[in-house]
Design a protein around this ligand. Sequence first.
Ligand SMILES: Nc1ncnc2c1ncn2[C@@H]1O[C@H](COP(=O)(O)OP(=O)(O)OP(=O)(O)O)[C@@H](O)[C@H]1O
Length: 233
Amino acid sequence: MGGQVVHIRNLGVRLGPELAVIVEAMDMSAGDVVVLDAESGAGKSTALGLIAGAIPASAFDGTVHCLSNTEITPHAPRLDYGSPDRIGFVLQTNILLPYLTALENIRLPVEIAGQTLDTAWLTHLLGALGLSGLEYRKPTEISVGQRQRVAIARALLGRPDLLLLDEPVSALDPGNVGQVEALIEVLAEDAKSAVILASHQAARGAFAGARRAHHRVEQRDGVTHSIFAMETV
Ligand SMILES: Nc1ncnc2c1ncn2[C@@H]1O[C@H](COP(=O)(O)OP(=O)(O)OP(=O)(O)O)[C@@H](O)[C@H]1O
């Protein structure tokens, strides 16, 4: 276990007139793994977007300390996590830039962040994720499952402090799900990343033993509140 990576209280967003998604409490240290496992539409992707700062928080008072130990007000136009290389995010859909090769996609965040490319780690990721030989293909020239694995390699290349995975194995056939999840677990451990995984399949995959965030639904003033929380550490 390393230092604290995530400390969140009441980070939320209102989606339309009837629904709010809230991350009520989340505390994680390096190496921790937490699974968001709730029904479709419960707000798992939204919660990840809030944590990443990709979805601006609104309507709730709360605090976020994430990575940079900076307190952020929910009304700030965007969250400031310090340098962008510290979060890796595997999105659920539209995950790769179509005009770049697999390798260019994988390297892009590290290049944007101005990080030094760790070529040995890159070669390891390519081999472990079964992508060797596919480096120079465009996303349309590889399978959907291979695209997901490219996105996983891209998210891990910078050894992020926090790795956010949104249904990262949803496009894989059942025979490969366990294998790729186990790989994610080992590679994230190698990278010393804390991991938040949104997945319906985690209950029976490699993350079956991981901690789960509690999920509950409350009605407040006619608005459905979908709330994720984990015990504080
Ligand atoms: N901009 C928006 N305005 C209103 N409602 C929205 C908006 N974006 C998403 N929603 C709704 O918010 C809910 C949460 O969506 P989200 O994608 O976070 O759920 P999820 O738990 O990740 O679902 P899935 O498991 O199907 O991917 C859904 O019911 C969705 O229809």
